[in-house]
Design a protein. Structure first.
Lengths: 569, 352
């Protein structure tokens, strides 16, 4: 017979008893228990100091408990989703009367009886049978119990994941801590994939969380993985090759790195790329990073396939497409080699038509007005997409072919407008996707991390080529090895399919209004309330293989937050 | 024997005697609410009766000060579960069978929190007029198996009388377990330098020694022990006032002599403005042992009882005089007794 004690923190003692009432019965999915007074008997709180006697266990929403059946044949683990304090007070007027008709300062000889009733969502039980929880004593689980409850380990403590990737630390009410890992096969494929993190900017520490997860992944994964990060604002990711000075001062973080066997090292080999600076040729970039940065800009042969996507959708119609087909034919026949050549050629076609007598209204089957419109847009693009289009000489693309296992690329595009960012991101995703598909990259997976995902795949019915591509990636990318790590303030602002296709979801501190959206419908009101108050460094993790979401704490990232660079130097 | 086993055996007992199950969904206590039975006593004052006495109680400074740490109450539940056909002389009679459960508990207050002192005392079983039970050997057999069968000891086999007897017997059993629990407490180390607040009159406890550290608190009283004008004085007492201390008179020929010589006084817990004359009025009893210093004890215990008026037991029917710890005793006892519906369903064989 299995030794059930190994799943429990027996030294802390019994913290409560399950109860099933007529109105609120225990079910196979949910159970209730009331909190006992610590130290009330020998079997409770053996280790609790005298100062805690008479107190209840320090339990809170998000904790995990273990209900051991009175028959000693099963343990059911539950996630605390709701806590209610019931008192003997029948009504407010009763309490008013109890305080001598409204004397709020009065001290009475007997405290009104009060009981805290805890509601738990069932996570797992030792018997692996689906049944209501009967009369049971409730304990805090041991470290093994916590990991077993989440399906991370078996009853012997052996990982049951194909590859365990630590994502943080779970801290229970009794102080027991347990590393929380996700299954590699569900994080980077092939079983499931993609990660999404949402939360209020500046409070949710989304970037830090992703950086930590990526570090953990690169440390523990047995797969060949490369990472491509897009820096969309400020200096967020521009110094991830520099060590985080905050770590030196934070023992808790250092201990976590040691516990999870993750080296305390920044992404030292990361390469940084940014659009060229046309005013500082040939090597100047537009990046805010002051350390070594490689530049990229695309010549006509690299970018001509993307030119239709540079247009505003209202400016792009069948007539424009007709003109574009003519120009593209010239490019593909290598009669136009540079962007400037293309502009000159278009101007020449228009001038020739104008100079003809009588002037020609049609150029190669398209009206001259459409040609004029095309010319004006093409002339504007080098300015609108500053630094991205090499108008004269040869372009320099990001060296995707050099991506190999452990590579970290940071593409800085914070200086670009939204359409510029979409162009860079879209091109990168298509190129990586194409190279993975063709087997050009010797990799199992490429992780693409982008903040403000809502900018690239907004919710709603509007379909853009990039959004469609992202939806496709999250739906099928795991078989290719193209994995999306996205972040945004509001999950509701990102396309539903992208969010739902992510097997790992991290929720940081979230606004109340956002919590009213369907993305959070599965959470109890108390879990939502906790989400509104979540401190930095803590996240709620929803993972495909976890029976319930879990609150985890993660350490400072191993690399320097971009805005700290000056201070650090 | 546990409650479910007792209920099952009670059902089997009725069936084995050829009886019928006929559980009622109401207890005898609810059908016949009890009144205090010390109505015929006489009392004589130990202090002048021309005025009431102001208790030296400073509110709110004294609000949290009470010397009491122990509170006792008992409960009983008597439910008609069936009947048996019996021979009574040349007649055939039906005799009722009741399931009873009586229990007593003492709550101890530590740092303003209540907890159960030691263990509650519980007794449960069947009430029936034993002499009329047709199969006496079966009766013996059930008793030997552990079923407690108490005799309702009636004459005449009158169904209604037997039901009434069952109720009285249950009360007697309840007082017995209360008496036992009080004794257990009195002999314990915890009782040293402490007094036990008992719900209701102490008159029913015969052993003077056993109630020596008890303070009885009665919430209802239907008798007048003094002249009308003196009684009116009691009725018009103000908040924080007590009556003169008096002692119940016990005639020499009273077979319960000694049992009724308790010291007593009235105490007004709450202001009766806009309320009836009995609002917040309790009667306190202590052992006759304290006769010589009775006013001092009255003053001392009154102060503590005035503190016990908060928190209130609202919305219980007599919340104005119901002490909160006593109410918690009742709640505790209710929680450990089977509900009427559990008893009834057990008799039908659904649960037991």
């Amino acid at each position: 017979m299995m030794d059930l004690d190994v799943f429990l923190n027996t030294s802390y003692g019994v913290i409560g008893r399950t109860a099933s009432t007529k109105r609120e019965p225990n079910t196979s999915g949910q159970f209730h228990f009331w909190l006992a007074k610590l130290g009330a008997s020998d079997s409770t709180a053996a280790q609790v100091g005298d100062s805690s006697k008479g107190e209840i266990a320090p339990i809170e929403i998000g904790n995990i408990v273990a209900a051991r059946s009175d028959k000693d044949n099963d343990i059911t683990f539950g996630l605390v989703t709701e806590m209610r304090a019931y008192s003997d007070i029948d009504s407010f007027i009763a309490d008013y009367l109890s305080h001598n008709f409204g004397d709020a300062t009065i001290e009475v000889p007997t405290d009104i009886s009060e009981v805290v009733v805890v509601t738990c969502s069932v996570m797992r039980n030792v018997s692996l049978k689906t049944k209501p929880v009967g009369r049971s004593r409730v304990y805090f689980p041991s470290r093994l119990g916590i990991q077993y409850a989440y399906g991370i380990v078996d009853e012997n403590g052996e990982s049951i994941f194909s590859g365990a990737i630590p994502i943080g630390i779970f801290e229970n009410g009794d102080g027991t801590i347990a590393p929380v890992s996700v299954d590699e096969d569900f994080l980077v494929g092939p079983e499931g994939a993609h990660l999404n993190v949402s939360g209020i900017s500046g409070l949710a520490a989304k970037t830090s969380a992703i950086e930590f997860v990526i570090k953990s992944l690169l440390t523990h994964s047995r797969k060949r993985i490369a990472v491509v990060m897009f820096n969309v604002k400020s200096k967020d990711l521009l110094y991830i090759d520099q060590p985080n000075t905050k770590l030196e001062e934070d023992d808790w973080s250092k201990n976590v790195y040691a516990e999870l066997r993750i080296p305390l090292e920044a992404f030292a080999n990361a390469r940084f790329f940014a659009p060229a600076d046309p005013s500082n040729r040939p090597h100047g970039s537009q990046s805010l990073r002051v350390l070594e940065t490689e530049i990229f800009e695309w010549d006509l042969s690299m970018i001509y396939r993307d030119i239709p996507s540079l247009f505003n959708s209202m400016d792009w119609d069948d007539r424009m497409e007709g003109v574009w087909f003519v120009i593209r034919e010239e490019i593909e026949n290598e009669r136009l080699l540079t962007y400037n050549q293309m502009l000159s050629w278009v101007s020449r076609q228009i001038n020739q038509a104008n100079d003809a007598r009588p002037p020609r209204q049609w150029i190669r089957g398209n009206h001259i007005a459409t040609w004029n419109k095309m010319r004006s847009h093409l002339q504007r693009f080098p300015r609108s997409y500053r630094g991205l289009i090499a108008t004269g000489g040869e372009g320099r693309d990001i060296p995707w072919q050099e991506l190999n296992s452990g590579s970290v690329y940071v593409i800085d595009m914070q200086m670009l407008n939204d359409r510029g960012q979409r162009l860079v991101f879209g091109r990168a995703v298509s190129t990586i996707s194409r190279k993975l598909e063709s087997g050009e990259l010797d990799l199992d997976a490429v992780i693409v991390f982008v903040d403000e995902l809502n900018k690239f795949a907004p919710s709603g019915n509007v379909r853009t080529p990039l959004k469609s591509r992202l939806i496709d990636i999250t739906a099928r990318g795991r078989s290719l090895g193209l994995i999306l790590f996205g972040a945004e303030q509001f999950a509701s602002s990102v396309d539903k399919e992208i969010v739902e296709n992510s097997s790992t979801y991290l929720f940081g501190r979230t606004e109340t209004n956002e919590l009213r959206t369907p993305n959070y419908a599965a959470f109890s009101d108390e879990i939502k309330a906790k989400l509104t108050m979540l401190s930095q460094g803590r996240l709620l993790v929803k993972f495909a293989k976890f029976p319930q979401p879990i609150f985890v704490r993660f350490p400072y990232p191993p690399c320097l937050p971009g805005d700290m660079f000056n201070a650090a130097t | 024997m546990g409650t479910h086993d007792t209920l099952r055996q009670a059902r089997d007992f009725v069936r084995a005697q050829g009886g019928k199950m006929a559980p009622l969904l109401v207890s005898e206590e609810e059908i016949n609410p009890q009144t205090q039975d010390d109505l015929s006593l006489q009392a004589y004052a130990l202090e002048p009766t021309n005025a009431c006495y102001q208790v030296h109680y400073q509110y709110p400074d004294d609000a949290a000060i009470s010397e009491f740490s122990f509170f006792e109450d008992g409960r009983q539940r008597t439910v008609h579960i069936g009947f048996i056909k019996a021979r009574f002389g040349s007649h055939e009679a039906l005799i009722p069978v009741h399931y009873f459960i009586v229990a007593a508990v003492i709550l101890q207050r530590e740092q303003r929190n209540l907890k159960v002192w030691a263990q509650p005392l519980i007794k449960q079983g069947v009430l029936v007029q034993k002499s009329l039970v047709p199969n006496q050997s079966l009766l013996d057999e059930f008793e030997s198996m552990g079923l407690v069968i108490e005799d309702t000891e009636s004459e005449g086999g009158d169904y209604y009388e037997l039901r009434n007897r069952a109720l009285k017997k249950a009360k007697s059993l309840r007082l017995s377990v209360e008496d036992d629990l009080i004794r257990q407490w009195r002999l314990s180390h915890d009782a040293v330098d402490h007094f036990l607040v008992v719900d209701g009159t102490l008159m029913n406890f015969r052993d003077e020694q056993n109630i020596r550290q008890c303070v009885g608190v009665s919430k209802s009283f239907g008798s007048r022990y003094f002249s009308i004008s003196e009684n009116n004085r009691i009725m018009q007492m103000e908040e924080f006032q007590r009556s003169w201390v008096f002692q119940f008179h016990s005639p020499e020929e009273d077979i319960r002599m000694g049992a009724r010589e308790r010291i007593s006084w009235y105490l007004r817990l709450r202001s009766r403005v806009n309320s009836g004359p009995e609002f917040g009025l309790i009667r306190v009893e202590i052992s006759r042992h304290y006769r010589d210093n009775a006013p001092e004890y009255a003053e001392r215990f009154s102060r503590s009882l005035l503190s016990e008026r908060l928190p209130t037991s609202y919305p219980t029917p007599r919340w104005d005089k119901h002490l909160y710890p006593i109410r918690e005793c009742e709640n505790y006892l209710s929680s450990i007794m089977p509900s009427i519906s559990t008893i009834a369903e057990s008799m039908k064989g659904v649960l037991a």
